[in-house]
Write a protein that binds this ligand. Structure first.
Ligand code: ATP
Length: 193
């Protein structure tokens, strides 16, 4: 007997194409990324040679017109729902400099249309906790670290310049020594999600 298909795959990979910025437009640069959102295919039209174009397929491609909330609903909301049920979840942004990782993950916290995955996840988590039955209890803890040039720093520490060590223990696995964790019980920004 085969296992039932999981509700969401364990690993999903998405592409977001960002619009050309003002500088790129003023330099008359052209978008070389062709997106087929129906088939979730992406093609780099670099050479302009149709025969050489190779399509790449992903779980979903977000075209440049997609909104922060379009991404949140598809990418993050199912993971946050699973986390609230007690599963682990990770959302990871990858791309070369200037491609929109910070915009997608953080965005602009003070503008509701530009809020990225992180502030929308905070709203989502605390909204769901406030609606849950009293028999359930939740503990929300936050840590915030930077890995840059293979050096780890704690961005919530009073001393964020201090380099931290990566350690491993059989009971907890890989961890960052002395990383600060704070328990939080609310999120003050207006909810978006
Ligand atoms: N989907 C988008 N819509 C509008 N503007 C965007 C979008 N994605 C990125 N931008 C803008 O493009 C610029 C570069 O984006 P961002 O800083 O998020 O890139 P990054 O991948 O985090 O770069 P780095 O690795 O250098 O930190 C920013 O000005 C950002 O506001």
């Amino acid at each position: 007997m085969t296992d039932p298909k999981p509700e969401i795959e364990n690993v999903r990979v998405f592409i977001r194409v960002r619009p050309l910025n003002k500088k790129e437009t003023s330099e008359d640069r052209k978008n070389v990324v062709l997106v087929d959102t129906a088939e979730n295919l992406i093609v780099l039209n670099k050479d302009g040679n149709g025969e050489k174009r190779k399509p790449y397929k992903f779980d979903q491609i977000f075209a440049e017109s997609s909104t922060q909330m379009d991404l949140y609903r598809v990418i993050a909301a199912p993971i946050v729902e699973k986390v609230l049920q007690g599963f682990n979840g990770t959302i990871f942004a990858y791309g070369q400099t200037g491609t929109g990782k910070t915009y997608t993950m953080a965005g602009n916290f003070s503008n509701s249309d530009s809020k990225g995955i992180t502030p929308n996840a905070f709203s989502h988590i605390f909204t769901q906790i406030s609606r849950s039955s009293e028999e359930k209890s939740f503990v929300v803890t936050v840590t915030y670290l930077e890995i840059y040039n293979e050096e780890v720093r704690d961005l919530l520490s009073a001393n964020p310049n201090k380099k931290l060590a990566i350690r491993e223990r059989t009971d907890v696995g890989v961890y960052v020594k002395d990383l600060m964790g704070f328990t939080v019980d609310s999120w003050k920004a207006s909810p978006n999600y």
